[in-house]
Design a protein around this ligand. Sequence first.
Ligand SMILES: [Ca+2]
Ligand SMILES: [Ca+2]
Length: 198
Amino acid sequence: MDRNEQKGISTYHSFQIYEAEIPNLKFEIDGVTTTVDMGAQMSYHTGQDSQMHDLVISGNNRAVTLKDNIWRSVQLPQQIAITRATQLEFTLDYAKAYEELYIGFDDDLNRDNAKTNWQLTGSKDGSSTHFHKPFGGRTSSNIQPPETTRDYKIPIGNWIIGNYTYLNLIGEQDANEGAGGEATFANFSIYEVGWARL
Ligand SMILES: [Ca+2]
Ligand SMILES: [Ca+2]
């Protein structure tokens, strides 16, 4: 094998290895631990995702960090059926304030055809046309640094019902060309209330 061939092959392989090296995210569905492929991150609302960073996995594959302006979707390992009784649970570690921080689901990656995302906190109020705001947008009772960690249990079935395939994680930051804002979500669990958690 000559040097040029070797170079070509190693370039191809480094791309493959990069794809494989993004660890999976553990996501509990009705008490069963499933794994989300984080190598296939997609922009949620391509005009907003600045693609400065990818979502980063840590914490024994149970935590995912957003940094700077980032609008991402990942495909869940199975379609989830959200009913009136469905609750979403996670821990938020909020290191640096975002303008707006959201979590949500979608069935078609189109933010504009249904309201399926929730604003958790932020220094600004998100659009009421596009986002549910059960915590009141930027209200002072929301988590803000220096408080860093808070546990969430959101009865998402109060707002949406149906089958969803994608999980959305959104850190909206326009100031400073999108720099600033850092949040880590951990220990995701989605389940029906009344289903006994041991
Ligand atoms: Ca949609
Ligand atoms: Ca924006």
